[in-house]
Design a protein around this ligand. Sequence first.
Ligand code: FE2
Length: 388
Amino acid sequence: MNFDWGAPGRIRFGNGTSSETSAIAATFGGRLFVVTGRDPARHGRLIAALHAVGVVGSWEVSGEPSIESVFGGGEAAAAQGASVVVAVGGGSVLDAGKAIAAFARNPGDPMDFLEVIGRGLPLRALPLPVIAVPTTSGTGSEVTRNAVLSSSAHRLKVSLRSSDMMPRVAIVDPELTWGLPQSITAHSGLDALVQLLEPFVCLRANPMTDALCREGLERIGRALPRVLSHPEDPVARAEMAWCSLAGGLALANAGLGAVHGLAGPIGGRFPIAHGSICAALVAPVTAVNLEVLESRASAPLTLTRYDEAMRRLSGSPVSDRHGLVPWLERLVAEAGIPSLASGGVSDNAWLELVAAARSSSSMKANPVMLEDAGLMEVLRREAAGTDG
Ligand SMILES: [Fe+2]
């Protein structure tokens, strides 16, 4: 029952809540450093309201953020005397905002603080406060304590992580996701699903994250197919925004598993969106996890978790884990998720990917210890498609 719970001091959720961003930002010193994606005009009214409060600098993130770019952003925010970072965008933008806020107060060598490739030391000083305003429903980055950054030199994605990096305020306005392109809705929505499933079956699940995952799996089982077929449905959009938020809180306070363990190295080497990688891997990882668990003499408790996950996702009280992999495969196919091979992941990269995945923090929470052979089997099945 032991757990450590972390969340933003305030979560504002609901249609129209993003209009409060400028007033909330004004309470954090009024010197705003604004981080957005490539096309800030998409949220023109919100950005204009921030300028009315006082913007001392802004930073546009294109693609997934690199260590060098966010370190530069941190230097800029510090040089301009920013009092708060306001990040408005998808997961990459929110991660960039959190890293910029950390580096603004922690100059020097970024390698001091990075996991895996760096020294992983704690931050020396508190980051600038962050207000996170997600515009997609998927990553949950508005409520997590890490920022995923790419290192081109190491061909890896690694985390800058600190409990002090939790945003101070998360403003989750489902209206900001209206009109998102279908492909982004699909792969970010499947990322949200994986972020409810992996924490629910992982080794560090606790009663707080269980509560979120149980509710989230039920809601996303209905909402994700609905938003894929009816992207204009505001109720489905709001459900997805909540599921993304719940998944973010769950992963930040429990952990993930082999889907995310493999997604880091794959995303570091191949230009494939994070959610698309997770979507491609969720059925094969679930299949291999279940086979390893079922091969054990005494049926572990985790198997009943998979039964429950399937009942909640499908809404069918008589379903169990045996239907889960086909259910996931069908949803991923309906979402139009491309294979990893179409993103350039060929079998001659597998050994290197598996070796890199071993040291990821997510892999340690997977419900079973997957040896290299198990991870190779995951990649083989993904490449083989549903025929496995
Ligand atoms: Fe994810």
